[in-house]
Write a protein that binds this ligand. Structure first.
Ligand SMILES: Cc1cc2nc3c(=O)[nH]c(=O)nc-3n(C[C@H](O)[C@H](O)[C@H](O)COP(=O)(O)O)c2cc1C
Length: 269
């Protein structure tokens, strides 16, 4: 979602601030502004524009080269809204399930191994249920992550979306579903190209004599090959930590989930 932008200042070719507020045509592609009827206002107007947009006066002028304009993104609606911030986290997660271009589509999953060491890897986010505070991804029953989740259930997901300037961390308990309705439904909805990954031999993580010394099954019209290795994993969120970066002041909040509801607080970023 593109944020509305305002032109708050330009610098002329002599390096002078021109002090425009909301005037002129903006050319997003070149980053230049064309001003049809310039209104002359230098220090004071520029200072006013800075302060109106939450900048300390003076910051605005640094880094501007002659002929270029500074654009300021409007603050997002959740900026000072704790419930809105949490909703934004879940909205991004839900979007990540369906939009493969979103960074929320491929979060990093952390687990803890038997020696207490952290383990990290990328997974594809398959479902995000804000009401239940639950997230789903899939894995192979024979993988390290499945073993680690089976052993202690401790898990966390992390995403940083650079365009949204939003970091999300969710910690909770993960549960493996292998032979139940959750796993059957997830398998039923999986694409063939995803399903065949679960038929890889030998098991994921096994040492090979050569890089290609493994086999993948052919496409299976019965959609059964790999099913015995397939797991749906549901992470029940217990804590969510959101960080939004903005030079006007970062916003960070921590939310904890009780049996059914969340409580949250702003925290120092
Ligand atoms: C973009 C991307 C998406 C991935 N999605 C999954 C996934 O959904 N499930 C999964 O088990 N592994 C997925 N992987 C592979 C894992 O990151 C990891 O390499 C593999 O599962 C072995 O992890 P483990 O040994 O810690 O269990 C993905 C890797 C990438 C790069």
């Amino acid at each position: 979602m593109a944020m509305p932008r305002r032109l708050i200042d330009t610098v002329d070719h002599a390096g002078r601030s021109e002090g425009f507020e909301d005037e002129g045509a903006l050319h997003e592609r070149t980053g230049r502004a064309s001003i049809r009827s310039p209104r002359r206002g230098i220090g004071a107007a520029c200072r006013k524009a800075c302060l109106a947009n939450g900048f300390p006066a003076g910051v605005l002028q640094r880094g501007l080269s002659p002929g270029r304009a500074l654009f300021v993104d409007a603050l997002p609606s959740f900026y000072d809204d704790l419930d809105g911030f949490r909703a934004e986290g879940w909205r991004r997660l839900a979007e990540g399930v369906t939009n493969r271009h979103s960074p929320f589509h491929t979060p990093s999953l952390a687990t803890v191994d038997a020696a207490g060491r952290p383990r990290l890897r990328t997974v594809v986010l398959r479902a995000a249920d804000a009401g239940a505070g639950a997230l789903r991804f899939h894995c192979d029953r024979r993988s390290d992550k499945a073993r680690e989740i089976a052993a202690n259930g401790l898990a966390a997901l992390h995403v940083y979306d650079g365009r949204a300037k939003l970091q999300l961390r969710i910690e909770g308990r993960a549960h493996l579903h292998q032979d139940d309705a959750v796993a059957d439904a997830a398998w039923g909805a999986a694409l063939t190209m995803s399903r065949i990954c679960y038929g890889v031999e030998p098991a994921p993580g096994t040492a090979l004599t050569a890089g290609d010394a493994y086999t993948m099954p052919d496409e299976d019209p019965e959609a059964r090959i790999g099913r015995e290795n397939f797991c749906a994993v549901v992470l029940s969120a217990e804590r969510m930590d959101l960080l939004y970066l903005d030079r006007r002041g970062h916003r960070r909040a921590v939310f904890r989930r009780g049996t059914e509801t969340w409580t949250g607080t702003w925290v120092a970023p």
